[in-house]
Design a protein around this ligand. Sequence first.
Ligand SMILES: *Cc1c(COP(=O)(O)O)cnc(C)c1O
Length: 489
Amino acid sequence: MDMTKVDPLLARITETEGIARMLEPGGAERASLVEKIVSYADRFLDSIYDVPAYIPTEDKGIGIYDSPISETPMNVDAVLELLRQNIDRPGLNPASGGHLGYIPGGGIYYSALGDYLADVTNRFAGLFFAGPGAVRMENLLIDWMANIAGYPATAGGNLTSGGSIANLSGIVAARDAFGLKSKDVERSAIYLTAQAHHSIDKAIRVAGLKECPQRYIPMDLDHRMNAGLLEQVILDDKKKGLLPWLIVASAGTTDAGAVDPLDAISEIARVHKLWLHVDGAYGAFFVLCEEGRKILKGLEKSDSLVMDPHKGLFLPYGTGAVLVREKKKLYDAFWYQASYLQDALRSADELSPADLSPELTKHFRGLRLWLPLKLLGLAPFRAALEEKLLLARYFHGAMREVDGFEVGSYPDLSVVTFRYVPRRGDANAFNERLIREVQNDGRVFLSSTMLDGKFILRVAILCFRTHRQTIDLTIDILREKAKRLQESV
Ligand SMILES: *Cc1c(COP(=O)(O)O)cnc(C)c1O
């Protein structure tokens, strides 16, 4: 006798199972889905060198709201059309080589394939017990990064979701390593420059350190921290009875790509026993090329360091990294115990990401980094970084020759600042109009900033798809737009 006929519990289980099994597509369904999704991605990639870097649209993707989440499934073609119209068209196209604004990210296809595999297999990379191989892969990647940064074998770290969380992790490790107690916060001083990334301010606040005195050290004309003044301020603070404990230096600022004098700063940190945290979210991977390594000298003497694979290694968004010179200090800040994880303690040959970060369950982000490095080897990454650095120098030299333009400092890395100096009228207002013209044109995307009270335009060259052709096009666009604006005033 069939029990489901009489037992309502079994009947409902059978019924729900039938619907729940839709979560598992069969072979034929998978093949058809993959074919549609891959052909969408192929269309995107096949036109990536021809589409604009920026598309200002009236609708700004609002059509996504016309299709709310509902009980009924939607056909894959219709779903992809929603994506194309509302997500992949309006606004900035970060995958474009014409993206020269802010700090560009990457998006190499090899990482997408790594993500695909990581998502299908869904290995648990948080704990060694559960995913020993996955954890070893992430540890291997951290060791490799520590090695290229010049850190000793005692170093450790964590793959994070990005540079902001990596900065937070480094600052929390510093706080605990220093043994900073809440009663001492008001007299424990932090040293940085006004060019430090805002994620540093956020990290300080989130780490409960908002009341620490923050000393903004003056910079030289190239927007690098003045190391002599840093030492003077530390000495003055000590005399006042303060506890200097943390220096935050930049290995590539967002505004100007400036690298603070890391060698001199690390010496000051050593002598006065401060923790040196270096934010290299944008710039640290330039150690992979010879020119970059020279400029980043001293990086290896920091206590903690942030480097973002989703910037300098051209990965798609979602992967940063924090490295700490003494792995134990990161562990001391983030270790945990929970009775429901007691089995994990039986097998802990190596530290796990969960021991070194606020996260437990997390994306297996190692695979999107490991796969491209294994499939390609390091040569293309080194070459691409050197190319970006040289393109910035090339752009700097070329813009200096373009009538009416004035360029900022010779680039440390791959950001160049410049502006147009109009024959008459307000320069700030002119450059504000100029950036709007360039953005509305859309073939390339540049962003602006305020530097020393001036409205400044900048190019940040870091997308792996940016080559000389893009830079020549950018120079032409700037020349053409500035000329037209100049004629209209
Ligand atoms: C991008 C950036 C950050 C923040 O990193 P996210 O990955 O965006 O969170 C921090 N510092 C610098 C210098 C950056 O360029």
